[in-house]
Design a protein around this ligand. Structure first.
Ligand code: BES
Ligand code: MN
Ligand code: ZN
Length: 466
């Protein structure tokens, strides 16, 4: 489902944003009955607190909503709470929150529901598009995020490798992109041995989606997303609690698809390429085993220390392929390690890059548009932990320390020619609902990627928007 704004109507209930310090002055400008109700209810305009006020006939008169005091800690998404707090109806911002565009986006994102298996036709609180924002751009961002959420929320019995590849086909068709999908044993013929090894035990064969769009001689931007439709852990099987959420292990592919859709819809002047290695890490006779050694596309031999470190294997081949044409910008998205969540929690994905300017741009854009990420180091002193005894590389380290960093270092071995490369170790899931972020699948780092591409390469042939 794709939340959109309501068309403007005079009957929309006004929403007044207030803080503890502006409440009194605001009440003086509203009908006296509002102040009486505020006093009766004990409304203090605490951040996130809301109150509905009614006229003498019981018709809604105004909504008051408490904001953070302006400053570094203010959450621009906080008004997104209103989309779930308010009764069904049509509302409009009567004054400006801290950031009108982000507040409106949070409203749309907050009204997302996953209805595929349990239709929910109940009415919702709708927001009239506020003045001064780019309505179409915000609706596009919401649609892209909600597409990624739908893909992640759909369980693995329906979000199979074929279904995920079909989502890419649909997107290519919608934007006039070219798409080629390499399936099953053709992966061996095309020298993508690690994708094949990880996915070969599953009922549906592994595959690589290769989509491209845009002017052939425009700057090359390549996005790579981990598409593990279900991660049992393989023969190094996960315990029940660790496996429960593993339908979300294609969250990187979902984020990459969302970012690609935004880049294409924005008309960025780039040659976009999207590579999605798609597998199910399943257990059956042909499963790859601990101790197996496989060649990789890049030529490095990789010993399998743990079949549960499958994401870096399929990404290694996809990144090596991406790197062959030395793109100007290469980004990958992957629900790669539990260690990333231990380090930074579910809402703040770590990212890794050697490029200082790229790191600064990513961090700045992410925090400006509420798609937050945090840089962690590619600490090369840990490279030796991945050295193989009888192969070039092992896919895991023995200690398990710095698990997100060593996974990023593994990926870095497969990238050398591209001009700027960053890896995002995302979680792809919101465990407890927050403003603009309902519980369930989440789209992380995609909006920031689209904004980064606009900033670096411009839009519609224009130099830059920022
Ligand atoms: N998909 C998981 C990572 C993951 C687990 C992400 C839980 C989010 C939540 C990945 O394939 C995996 O299993 N990683 C292992 C790596 C280990 C075997 C070196 C992990 O993080 O435990
Ligand atoms: Mn795994
Ligand atoms: Zn995985």
């Amino acid at each position: 489902m794709h939340p959109t704004f309501a068309t403007r109507t005079a009957a929309a209930v006004p929403i007044w944003f207030v803080t503890a310090s502006t409440l009194e002055a605001q009440l003086e400008k509203l009908p006296p009955v509002v102040a009486r109700q505020v006093n009766f209810a004990g409304f203090k305009a605490k951040p996130g607190q809301h109150m509905l006020s009614f006229d003498e006939q019981g018709a809604p008169l105004a909504v008051l909503f408490g904001l953070d005091q302006p400053g570094r800690k203010a959450d621009a998404f906080l008004p997104g709470r209103l989309s779930t707090l308010l009764p069904p109806g049509t509302y409009a911002f009567a004054n400006a929150p801290h950031d009108t565009g982000l507040a409106a986006l949070a409203w749309l994102l907050g009204s997302y529901r996953f209805t595929r298996y349990k239709p929910d036709a109940s009415a919702q609180a709708l927001l009239c598009a506020p003045d001064g924002i780019d309505v179409a751009a915000l609706e596009r961002e919401a649609a892209a995020s909600c597409l990624a959420r739908d893909l992640v929320n759909t369980p693995a019995n329906d979000m199979t490798p074929a279904a995920l590849a079909q989502a890419a086909r649909d997107m290519a068709a919608a934007h006039g992109a070219r798409i080629n999908i390499i399936v099953g044993d053709d992966l061996l013929a095309q020298n993508l041995p690690l994708i094949h090894a990880v996915g070969r035990a599953a009922h549906q064969p592994p595959r690589l989606v290769d989509m491209s769009w845009g002017r052939a001689d425009a700057p090359r931007v390549t996005l790579v997303g981990k598409g593990v439709c279900f991660d049992t852990g393989g023969l190094n099987i996960k315990p029940d609690a660790g496996m429960l959420l593993m339908k979300k292990d294609m969250g990187g592919a979902a984020a990459a698809l969302a970012a690609a859709s935004l880049i294409m819809a924005q008309g960025c002047d780039v040659r976009l390429r999207l590579l999605l290695p798609i597998v199910e890490n399943a257990i059956s006779g042909p499963a790859f085993r601990p101790g197996d050694i496989y060649p990789s596309r890049k030529g490095l031999s990789v010993e399998i220390g743990n079949t549960d470190a499958e994401g870096r294997l399929i990404l290694a081949d996809a990144l090596a392929l991406a790197d062959e044409e030395a793109p100007e910008l290469l980004l990958d998205f992957a629900t790669l390690t539990g260690a990333a969540r231990v380090a930074l929690g579910p809402d703040l994905p770590p990212f890794y890059t050697h490029d200082e300017a790229l790191a600064a741009d990513i961090a700045e854009i992410g925090s400006a548009i509420q798609d937050p990420v945090w840089r962690l180091p590619l600490w090369h002193a840990y490279d030796r932990l991945l050295d193989g005894k009888i192969s070039d590389l092992n896919n895991v380290t023995s200690g398990g320390f710095a698990g997100s960093i060593t996974a990023a270092l593994f990926l870095n071995r497969f990238v050398e020619k591209c001009q700027a490369y960053a890896h995002f170790d995302i979680y792809g899931w919101t465990p407890v609902a927050r403003p603009g972020r309902p519980e369930g699948g989440e789209c992380q780092a995609a909006r920031l990627t689209a904004a980064l591409v606009v900033q670096r390469f411009g839009q519609n042939g224009a130099k830059s928007l920022s």
